[in-house]
Design a protein around this ligand. Structure first.
Ligand code: FAD
Length: 482
C-alpha cells in the first residue's frame, strides 16, 4: 500500500516526530503480527537491557514495543554521519590494533549494511589515506564482499548448515538461554556484551566471535538461535555476514570450530572483564589451554580437532555449490530501463546513490518490507537508524508498505501508475535474492573487485581462496567520486 506520495520523514525534525511518523506507518495496513501489541516495552527504562526494543519477546515483533527516543546509545543514521565516520578511518592504526576491543576499528558496518556507503568507496578512501598500508582493512572489507557473494550463489539459503558440523557434538538447545539474554550468566564479559548488543546494536568483531563461540560451544546452543538474536539487535544485522559468520564459528562453514581461552580474551580486552569477575580463578569455563578446552568441549585433543578439518563441497552439502561460481557479476540479469521507477530498499539508503544521480527526474519509492521486519524482528535501534537515513533521502520519494510476498506486485503496480517501464535499484545481495526472477535494472555502485571478467570462475568455499584471486583488484582504487 502507498502511505505517502512524498518523503514525509524529511519533515520530521526531532526524534519524537520521526518516531510518531514511523510508528504510524508501520502500524498502517493491519498486518496482525506487526501491529499486534502486547504492551511490552511501555514505560521501559532506557537503561534496561531487556526492554524498549522488543528483547525478550521470542517469536513476536511489535511496533508498540519500541521507543526511538528510549534507545540510549547507538550510531546515528544518515549519509552525513557516514561521511564523518569515513573521514575518521585510520587504516594503519586499524592494522595494528583491530583485534583489541579498544582498537581503531571503523564502526562503518551499519552504513555499509544499509548502502549508505559503498564498499568500493570505503576501499578507495582507505587507499587514499594509507596506500599499501590499507591492505589489512581492505582484506576485512573483502570478508563482506565474500559473504555477499556466497549468499547470492546459494540464493539466500544460509539458514541451515552448509557443511557437516565438525565438533562431534550432537545435541544442541534450540533456544537462546534466558541468562544470556538477561545478561545474568555471571561472566562479566558475556553479560557486558549481552547488554551492549541489546542497548547499542554494536559489538566489536572479537566480542561477536567470543560470544558466538561461548553460545555454540560452551552452552551448546544451535547457531541459528544466536544468529537470530544478533540479527534482531545489530544495527548492521545482515543475513549474509551474520549467519555465515555464525556458521564459521560453529564449523558448519569452516574447517574447524572457532573457540578461544580466557587468556586470549584477557589479552585483547586489556583484562577489564576478568578483573573483578566473580568466576575469575573460580570456575571460569574458558580457563585452560587450547588442548584442554578441546577435550572439554569436543571430547578430543586439539590435534584431532584440527584433523577433523575436511574439504567441503563433495555434493552432499550445499557448500558444494560454491566450488565454481561466476566471478563477473553478483546479479543474475540486468534489465535496460528507459523510464524507471527507482526502488529504494533497506540496503540502498544513500541520497547520493548512483541510481538517483543517473535518473534525477525519475519517481522514487521506499518500501517498508514486512518480510524483512518480521524475519529479523528488527529492533527499535535499527528502525531509528533506518528512519534517520530516510530523512536525508529526496523529497520526491514515495513511502510504501508491503507485507510478506507482495513486493514485486507492489512495484509493478506503481510502475503502471507512474508511467514507468521498469524498476531500477541498487544491487545488493539481499535485494537480488529478494527479487529473484523479477526484471530489475540493477545499478552497481563501484564494486569492490570490478573488472571481474578476468577472474573467470571463483571458488567460494573458503575466504582464503577468494582473497587470493581478488586481492590485486581489491587493492586498486575505482577512482570513484561522489
Ligand atoms: C558472529 C558474528 C556475527 C556477525 N554479524 C555481522 C552482521 O550481521 N553484519 C555485518 O556487517 N558484520 C557482521 N559480522 C562481521 C564483523 O564482526 C562486523 O562487520 C564488524 O565487527 C563491524 O564493525 P566495524 O565496522 O567497526 O568493523 P571493522 O573491523 O572496522 O571493519 C570494516 C568493515 O569491514 C567489514 N568486515 C570486517 N570484518 C568482517 C567480517 N568478519 N565479516 C564481514 N565483514 C567484515 C565490515 O563491513 C566492516 O564495517 C559478524 C561477525 C561475527 C563473528
Amino acid at each position: 500500500m502507498i502511505l505517502h506520495e512524498r518523503n514525509v520523514y524529511g519533515d520530521c525534525g526531532d526524534a519524537a516526530r520521526l518516531e510518531a511518523q514511523v510508528r504510524a506507518d508501520l502500524q498502517a495496513g493491519g498486518n496482525a503480527r506487526l501491529a499486534g501489541d502486547d504492551g511490552a516495552g511501555d514505560g521501559a527504562a532506557a537503561d534496561d537491557v531487556a526492554a524498549g526494543d522488543g528483547a525478550g519477546q521470542a517469536g513476536r515483533w511489535s511496533v508498540e514495543a519500541w521507543r526511538l527516543a528510549a534507545v540510549p546509545e547507538r550510531m546515528r543514521g544518515g549519509r552525513a554521519a557516514a561521511e564523518a565516520a569515513l573521514r575518521a578511518v585510520d587504516p594503519e592504526g586499524y592494522a595494528r590494533s583491530r583485534n583489541f576491543l579498544d582498537g581503531r576499528v571503523t564502526g562503518l558496518s551499519p552504513y555499509l549494511r544499509h548502502g549508505v556507503l559503498a564498499l568500493g568507496e570505503v576501499r578507495d578512501a582507505a587507499l587514499a589515506a594509507a596506500g599499501a598500508g590499507a591492505e589489512k582493512l581492505v582484506q576485512e572489507l573483502a570478508w563482506r564482499e565474500y559473504w555477499q557473494r556466497v549468499y547470492v550463489a546459494l540464493d539466500g539459503a544460509v539458514g541451515a548448515d552448509l557443511e557437516a558440523d565438525k565438533t562431534g557434538v550432537v545435541a544442541r538447545a534450540r533456544e537462546l538461554p534466558e541468562d544470556v539474554r538477561e545478561a545474568q550468566t555471571g561472566l562479566r564479559c558475556m553479560d557486558a556484551w549481552s547488554g551492549q548488543l541489546q542497548r547499542s546494536g554494536y559489538l566489536h568483531n572479537h566480542a561477536r566471535m567470543w560470544m558466538a563461540a561461548y553460545l555454540v560451544h560452551w552452552r551448546r546452543v544451535r547457531w541459528q538461535a544466536g544468529a537470530a538474536w544478533f540479527r534482531e539487535h545489530l544495527l548492521d544485522g545482515d543475513a549474509a555476514s551474520n549467519d555465515l559468520s555464525w556458521q564459521w564459528v560453529a564449523s558448519t562453514f569452516g574447517s574447524r570450530p572457532y573457540f578461544f581461552n580466557r587468556e586470549n580474551l584477557e589479552r585483547y580486552t586489556g583484562g577489564r572483564f576478568c578483573e573483578g569477575c566473580a568466576l575469575a580463578g573460580r570456575g571460569c569455563p574458558m580457563e585452560g589451554s587450547y588442548e584442554e578446552l578441546a577435550v572439554r568441549l569436543f571430547g578430543t585433543g586439539a590435534e584431532t580437532a584440527a584433523g577433523m578439518a575436511t574439504e567441503s563441497g563433495d555434493g552432499r552439502w550445499p557448500a558444494g555449490r560454491l566450488r565454481r561460481v561466476k566471478g563477473a557479476a553478483v546479479a543474475a540479469a540486468d534489465k535496460p530501463v528507459r523510464r524507471p521507477l527507482i526502488w529504494v530498499h533497506a540496503g540502498s539508503l544513500n541520497p547520493k546513490q548512483e541510481a538517483l544521480r543517473r535518473y534525477p527526474e525519475a519517481p522514487v519509492v521506499f518500501v517498508w518490507d514486512g518480510e524483512w521486519l518480521e524475519r529479523d524482528r528488527v529492533s527499535a535501534k535499527r528502525l531509528a537508524f533506518v528512519a534517520e537515513c530516510l530523512r536525508e533521502m529526496p523529497e520526491r520519494m514515495w513511502i510504501a508498505r508491503v507485507e510478506r510476498g507482495g513486493l514485486a506486485e507492489l512495484l509493478r503496480g506503481l510502475c503502471a501508475r507512474l508511467g514507468a517501464d521498469g524498476v531500477v535499484a541498487q544491487e545488493t545481495a539481499e535485494a537480488v535474492v529478494r527479487m529473484r526472477g523479477e526484471p530489475v535494472g540493477w545499478v552497481r555502485e563501484p564494486r569492490f573487485c570490478d573488472g571481474t571478467e578476468e577472474l573467470g570462475e571463483l571458488d567460494l568455499r573458503r575466504f582464503s581462496r577468494f582473497w587470493q584471486r581478488v586481492q590485486r583488484r581489491a587493492m586498486q582504487s575505482s577512482g570513484y567520486k561522489r
